[in-house]
Write a protein that binds this ligand. Structure first.
Ligand code: HEC
Ligand code: HEC
Length: 368
């Protein structure tokens, strides 16, 4: 059902790429009401005065307006693993005593509040994601800005990981593109992105829900090449990102060596992607392209770097295929004919994804 809707919008984009302005979903009253009765009431008792407007801490998350408070608080929650949420750890660690406060919350108390909020209504809200980032201000002019969302406050094991995207304002709408996952020491599995303007889920702008990537440590691949447009709401709009699955993973290596050597490497060599991306038989130093995708590496790292930019569920809008084939984002059209890489590369990516679903990946923090 969901998948069908995705293709429907993909079709629309192909027909009329510039003029679609998405409708927005109403705020989720059930979730908000449950929040007001549970965690919000608790924060208003235990976390003031520091986290109220103008309080000691510079992050006013316990303000009286429940909707504003919810938008800020939800960014500290990992719905796929509530006890590991940053809000549980930080809110339950007694830090208020370091600042002269008298709060009494323990980890168990915050965890209980979160679980009741979820059970009493939040779980019935639009499927916005298990993890929601803190909102960032959207730009007000046509100069593209990079919005950078830290992710480790929701999933502490992926320290230093960030989600970045480009945003600009144009003719009554925001144009969002080039989402990128930056990893540090830990590999990260990411799946299904939704967007929220001023905390409201944008049900129509759903193309990034097809994102699924496993990113090796120290990489920063483009994870979708689709551009989203959402209508301006009011002055000083904010954008938050909901993520369906976000977890550490060590399953990002390649297995399908025969396919890789037969279907993928020869095209890279024939088209001499190395000229710009570095490496190859001529040991090119590479251009700026190498910083985005380094090909001057051994075979297994090359495979892993390419695969990190592939998506077997959505081959045509993954960077590995879309950029050199369709010239997306001004990339040179190095591959003139689709038949050179399709369906062979798509099949290679899918075959790799089957390996990644093997038992090793089930040991990490998985969807419930
Ligand atoms: C007496 C003041 C005080 C009280 C009461 C207090 N905090 Fe804090 N809190 C702070 C200060 C100061 C900071 C910023 C410095 C730091 O991170 O320790 C902070 C930071 C935080 C952060 C991290 C914000 C971020 O974006 O990094 C969270 C989450 C938080 N508090 C939750 C709570 C919760 C939940 C309660 C109530 C159970 C609470 N705090 C009670 C003073 C307080
Ligand atoms: C003439 C130079 C040039 C050649 C040849 C070239 N690329 Fe690129 N490529 C670039 C540049 C420049 C970028 C970075 C664009 C940016 O982000 O500004 C890039 C970026 C990419 C990216 C996105 C990486 C990321 O995660 O941001 C992919 C995937 C890619 N190239 C694939 C290929 C493939 C496959 C080939 C060969 C078929 C190829 N490129 C050949 C210049 C080139």
């Amino acid at each position: 059902m969901k998948r069908k809707a995705g293709h429907f919008f993909l079709g629309l984009f192909a027909l009329a790429p510039t003029k679609i302005v998405m409708r927005e979903a109403p705020p989720c009253h059930k979730g908000l009401q449950a929040y007001q009765n549970t965690l919000h009431a608790h924060l208003r008792k235990d976390c003031l005065p520091c986290h109220d407007t103008g309080g000691l801490a510079d992050k006013p998350h316990s303000v009286s307006d429940p909707e504003t408070s919810l938008q800020r608080i939800i960014a500290y929650v990992n719905w796929s693993d509530i006890p590991k949420s940053y809000l549980v750890k930080k809110g339950g660690n007694g830090h208020c005593h370091d600042h002269g406060g008298t709060c009494t919350s323990t980890e168990a108390v915050i965890e209980e509040q979160l679980k009741t909020w979820w059970e009493q209504g939040q779980k019935e809200c639009p499927n916005f994601g298990n993890v929601v980032t803190a909102p960032l201000a959207l730009p007000t002019d046509e100069i593209p800005r990079v919005l950078s969302y830290p992710l480790a406050s929701q999933v502490p094991e992926i320290t230093g990981a960030k989600l970045e995207l480009r945003a600009r304002y144009e003719e009554g709408a925001y144009v969002l593109d080039q989402p990128r996952l930056m990893t540090k020491k830990t590999g990260v599995k990411i799946q299904g992105l939704s967007i929220a303007v001023n905390g409201r889920w944008q049900a129509g702008a759903n193309s990034w829900q097809r994102v699924r990537a496993r990113v090796a440590p120290q990489d920063s691949p483009l994870i979708s090449t689709t551009t989203l447009r959402v209508a301006k709401d009011r002055d000083e709009d904010t954008l938050a990102i909901g993520i369906q699955t976000l977890s550490p993973t060590d399953a990002f290596d390649c297995h399908e060596w025969e396919r890789f050597r037969k279907e993928v490497l020869p095209v890279i060599a024939n088209r001499d992607c190395y000229r710009c991306h570095g490496g190859g038989p001529s040991a090119y130093p590479g251009t700026a392209a190498k910083e985005r995708l380094n090909m001057a590496v051994d075979e297994s790292s090359l495979c892993r770097n390419l695969l990190g930019r592939g998506n077997g569920m959505s081959a045509i809008d993954c960077a590995l295929i879309s950029l050199p084939l369709r010239g997306t984002f001004g990339h040179p059209r190095e591959i003139p004919l689709a038949a050179e890489i399709l369906p062979s590369w798509e099949e290679w990516i899918r075959a790799e994804e089957v390996h990644r679903r093997a038992p090793q990946s089930l040991t990490v923090n998985q969807i419930r």
